[in-house]
Design a protein around this ligand. Structure first.
Ligand code: NAD
Length: 362
């Protein structure tokens, strides 16, 4: 792989490979853009088949964070980190603190946060080494786990979708398959049950499915069949890449709205979904609740302001879907353009890497 060509290809400013022999840390931090502000993005802790897969994942995820923050109207850039390895086997305090020291060294151009495989408790440990960690416990000055805000935001996107497709935000009786009932998926399922939707849960972890079905009285579907289950909305809330060209022909939903990042395995899937008559709400529009919550943490700790701002995802989703319909374009295309317009219009062009965060919490 030609590393610099790959990194420059979609405009990354900085990619840092982190190593700590004593704790076994192997991590990659990717700063895609600091044009609108410090690059915010979670740290994902998981096993990858190989290092190239880890690099591809962090590059794609950090780029998506730039677009997410831009469309949400936040003064934040996009970044992401991955720690390579199975957290169940190698996660230790020493390793998390070694990672946090690398984050500190970046001087605030990258703000880390929770993601798949990391928790609020991990953020609290990192806080001992770096100011540049968000989503720590309230007692440490943070806003806590962002998952509830993310779930609230995905619900807003679904309400907007319902208004756009069916003429009213009423989700009563609508069948929604939630694939991945972890932190966000379970909170989303709760909201949907409250809205009167018929929720079907799915997860690769049987204990997690059992928790969701018994807590909320949900039906379930095996994970390999979730995308093909008949429903109004398919909601991917596990990992990315679930919508492939092959799977599009198997989908039996009217729409896709979920929390997972980078749901489309290939860019052409956006067009294929339009051709299949399936409305796709771009993931980074629907799942921005978590970073909106964190952005609020950076300026003040008034929770009610954060949830008011998360509810703006309804309007953003409506704008994207309406414009896509008018133009006959894919919602992904429209959302990308919105992000690029904001980056072009308000960005600090020519100051790549210059943005630095001031984190005062804790
Ligand atoms: P999580 O780890 O708590 O939950 C993910 C769940 O998906 C787990 O229960 C896991 O067993 C399940 N899963 C894994 N592979 C699966 C598969 N192939 N099919 C079905 N289930 C599978 O993670 P989370 O925090 O709930 O995040 C879920 C997704 O949302 C991730 O893609 C994450 O990047 C994205 N996201 C999360 C937040 C947040 O605030 N937590 C914000 C934005 C985006």
């Amino acid at each position: 792989m030609h590393l610099f060509d790959r990194i420059a290809g979609d405009g990354h400013e900085e990619v840092v490979f982190c190593h700590d022999g004593a704790s076994g840390l192997r991590a990659i931090i990717a700063v895609h853009s600091t044009q609108l502000g410090p690059a915010l993005g979670g740290v994902r802790f998981r096993s990858y088949a190989n290092e190239d897969d880890a690099l591809e994942d962090v590059l794609a995820l950090s780029r998506a964070m730039t677009y997410k923050a831009a469309v949400a109207g936040l003064d934040l850039g996009g970044g992401k980190a991955v720690i390579l390895g199975d957290p169940a086997l190698i996660k230790t305090e020493a390793l998390l603190r070694a990672y946090a020291r690398h984050v500190e060294r970046l001087g605030g151009s990258y703000l880390t946060a929770e993601d798949v495989g990391t928790t609020q408790a991990d953020m609290d440990l990192m806080r001992q080494e770096t100011r540049y960690v968000t989503g720590t416990s309230r007692s440490l000055g943070g806003s806590g786990d962002p998952s509830a805000a993310t779930a609230l935001g995905v619900l807003q996107a679904m309400l907007a979708l319902a208004t756009h497709l069916w003429g009213s935000p009423d989700l009563r009786g609508r069948r929604v398959v939630v694939s991945g009932v972890g932190k966000v998926g379970l909170a989303l399922a709760r909201h949907l049950v409250d809205e009167g939707a018929v929720v079907v849960a799915s997860d690769v972890d049987e204990a997690v499915v059992a928790r969701a079905t018994s807590a909320l009285g949900l039906a379930s579907v095996p994970p390999e069949q979730a995308h093909a289950a008949e429903c109004d909305i398919f909601s991917p809330c596990a990992l990315g890449g679930v919508i492939t060209p092959e799977r599009i022909s198997e989908l039996r939903c009217e729409a896709i709205v979920g929390a997972a990042n980078n749901q489309l395995a290939e860019p052409q899937c956006a067009r294929l979904l339009v051709e299949a008559g399936i409305t796709f709400v771009p993931d980074y529009v629907a799942n921005a609740g978590g970073i909106i919550n964190i952005a609020q943490e950076l300026v003040s700790h008034r929770r009610e302001l954060a949830s008011t701002r998360v509810r703006t995802i309804f309007d953003t989703t409506m704008a994207v879907l309406d414009e896509a319909k008018t133009e006959g374009a894919s919602p992904t295309n429209v959302a990308d353009r919105m992000a690029e317009r904001r980056l072009a219009g308000y960005g600090r062009s020519g100051r790549a890497g210059a943005a630095r965060a001031t984190v005062t919490g804790g």
